[in-house]
Ligand binder design. Structure first.
Ligand code: NCD
Length: 412
């Protein structure tokens, strides 16, 4: 919220509440991360910057075990008893299908009971209740709050509220950010990373179009290695407003030798924002900003140099009248994938998209879905497993899952 907006009218209590946390919000992420932990373990999940490479590997390993256990009744029974004494509130006041359902399914896998508020007009916010009062009220009934809001920083403010409550000896529960404004979407970046991790193991045929051909592939691309490091990642479309792009690009900067190529119009709304550019370059990531897949980097067209491609939709619901006018001048067709472009991608390149895709714009036309490189539906399913792993970690039962997996998987 800009302070200018407060000059024109008296601020609401909601705005004052957020202002109250402003000085904490304005600190660099690395200073805030310790406050989101409990005894050095994840507690509130607010920024993708909270996940180190080790944490990402631990979560992926828990997710792999959960998905393997879920194939068997004995494994399912074990999992659904693990957290059957816990209750979660899904507070999703911004539209969502995937993230909402995937969190709900993740809760169900672990036996967590869920309740939801999706429409604030059905809550006491219409009677003048502030958002922070609503959150504190939810924390009286539930053991976890998973929230999505169009307000950037609301989830972060709620995490501070919970920390303050804990400090004053009151009940306090973990907050998970399931998307906050144009700001961050840390759990989407978890599933994106998990999908990339599985693709770049080149082992499971469903996860990687070249699972059995790694050695052959190495003959064609001698520098190809397993894992996320030393790869070129392309992000195409609405880079400026894509919170999933912000969160994933931040996480990829944890890996060595990574190059990020942003393929977006040269428009202040759609292009890479300054703060993210600064954050990435300060971490030593090599970045390139181009306007088309055909632009060349060191002589090679971008489409031919990528190791992974992350497509996004143009988020037109956020357009203001100036955007509408500016966008009509742009050739947005360049930000659509076509079968011809896919044919020029390397044979192993996973194509990701956070979804929903826009059928009217057509950034990924359905004829690409059958290409073995199209990972977006698997990516969504991976989201359910990695979110279950995250919930297990927040409630500290990941070691129980490992023990059961190691002891029982040989017998079931
Ligand atoms: C994205 C989001 O909401 O930020 N979707 C999602 O969570 N899977 C991206 C989008 O809406 O385009």
């Amino acid at each position: 919220m800009s302070s200018d907006s407060l000059i024109e009218r008296a601020p609401t209590q909601d705005e004052l509440d957020l202002l109250n946390y402003q000085s904490r919000i304005e600190r660099p992420v690395r200073m805030k991360i310790p406050e989101m932990c409990h005894d050095e373990k994840l507690r509130h999940i607010i920024f993708s910057g909270q996940f180190s490479v080790d944490t990402l590997e631990d979560l992926a390993s828990t997710a792999d075990k959960i998905r393997a256990l879920s194939r068997y009744r004995a494994g399912q029974n074990f999992l659904t008893n693990l957290l059957s004494h816990k209750r979660a509130m899904l507070y999703f006041t911004q539209p969502s299908t995937r993230t909402f359902l995937s969190f709900m399914a993740a809760c169900q896998i672990l036996g967590i009971t869920c309740n939801e508020v999706r429409d604030p007009t059905t809550s006491s916010e219409t009677k003048g209740e502030t958002r922070l009062d609503s959150i504190r009220m939810f924390s009286s009934y539930f053991d976890l709050i998973i929230m999505r809001s169009k307000l950037a920083r609301l989830a972060e403010s709620c995490a501070y509220l919970m920390n303050d409550l804990e400090e004053s000896g009151n009940r306090s529960v973990p907050i998970i950010n399931a998307g906050s404004g144009a700001d961050e979407h840390p759990t989407q970046s978890l599933l994106d990373i998990y999908t990339l991790q599985r693709s770049f193991q080149f082992t499971d045929p469903k996860d990687s179009p070249v699972s059995t051909r790694f050695e052959k592939l190495r003959k064609e691309s001698p520098n190809l290695v397993k894992g996320l490091a030393h790869k070129v990642y392309g992000f195409c479309g609405d880079i400026g407003r894509g919170r999933t792009v912000r969160s994933l690009a931040g996480l990829l900067s944890n890996y060595e030798g990574v190059t990020l190529v942003f393929i977006a119009p040269n428009d202040p709304t759609l292009a890479l924002r300054d703060d993210l550019r600064r954050r990435l370059t300060s971490r030593g990531v090599q970045i390139h900003e181009v306007e088309s897949f055909e632009d060349r980097i060191e002589g090679t067209p971008v489409i031919e140099m990528l190791d992974a491609l992350y497509m996004t939709r143009i988020q037109k619901e956020h357009n203001d009248p100036a955007d509408e006018a500016n966008f009509s001048e742009l050739d947005l067709s360049r930000y659509k994938l076509t079968p011809e472009l896919v044919a020029r991608l390397k044979t192993y390149v996973p194509i990701l998209h956070p979804f929903p895709r826009d059928q009217h714009f057509g950034e990924i036309p359905p004829e690409i879905d059958d290409d073995p490189r199209a990972m977006y539906f698997r990516q969504a399913r991976n989201g359910m497993w990695i979110r279950a792993a995250l919930l297990a970690s927040v409630f500290g039962v990941e070691h129980q899952i490992s023990r059961f997996f190691n002891d029982e998987m040989t017998t079931i």
